[in-house]
Write a protein of this length. Structure first.
Ligand code: SF4
Length: 221
């Protein structure tokens, strides 16, 4: 029996089969990748293909003896679905495709994905990037997120879903892309310097307060 995360799998409810999910940065997938995923699902008799909330495609119901062959046939890297790390960067289409977009969420999301996906962190960490205040990437419940406006980016921190949901707090407004990316790095630094055990950023921010984070970032309180 494999543990969750081992060989990029998650054990399923039947306690016998596994889900695997290739890493698809920001949920952007090519027709060739889709064909490969579909072919692998058929070849190894998957029970289902499930689009996940983290913008992945999970191949569900794979037997343990097939796991290595599945990854070999996929030829793709493994998504970090479990563990204390940056799990996902959820991104809306932004100015690349969406008529309402005010900032290029897809470009920033791809950059964050390349930089952070799988990075070891004190607790699980999720990013969200939305091209406008409609927040289709659910920035408001992400640990670190951006929302595009006509004046630049709004940076949010400390949101999460789950059993103790919390809305993210506005940290800074009117940021350029470069400023927003640099500030997100500093938010992670603040998180690492204030965390106890495996707390999520939302819990740390709730305990320490937004002013502590803003002071660390050199922002007016
Ligand atoms: S958040 Fe705004 S830019 Fe992004 S998909 Fe939704 S409406 Fe479009």
């Amino acid at each position: 029996m494999l543990n969750d995360g081992e060989k990029g799998v998650v054990i399923q409810r039947d306690k016998q089969t596994y889900a695997v999910a290739p890493h698809l940065p920001c949920g952007v997938v090519t027709p060739d990748q889709l064909r490969t995923i579909a072919a692998v699902a058929e070849k190894y008799h998957a029970q289902a293909l499930k689009i996940t909330s983290a913008e992945r495609i999970a191949i569900v119901g794979i037997q343990e003896q097939d796991i290595d062959a599945v990854w070999n046939d996929l030829g793709m890297s493994q998504a970090h679905m479990v563990g204390m790390c940056v799990r996902s960067v959820k991104v809306c289409p932004g100015t690349t495709f969406c008529k309402r977009a005010q900032q290029d969420s897809l470009a920033v999301g791809m950059l964050w994905d390349e930089k952070y996906h799988g990075l070891s962190t004190p607790g699980k960490l999720k990013f969200g990037v939305s091209g406008c205040p409609n927040q289709c990437a659910e920035t408001c419940i992400k640990d670190i997120g951006l929302v595009g406006t006509a004046k630049g980016w709004r940076l949010y921190a400390g949101g999460c879903g789950g059993t103790m949901p919390r809305l993210a707090e506005l940290v800074a407004d009117g940021l350029s892309t470069e400023e927003a990316i640099a500030m997100a790095d500093r938010v992670i630094e603040w998180y690492k310097s204030h965390v106890k055990a495996k707390e999520r950023l939302s819990k740390v921010l709730g305990r320490e307060g937004l002013d502590s984070l803003k002071q660390f970032l050199g922002l007016p309180i």
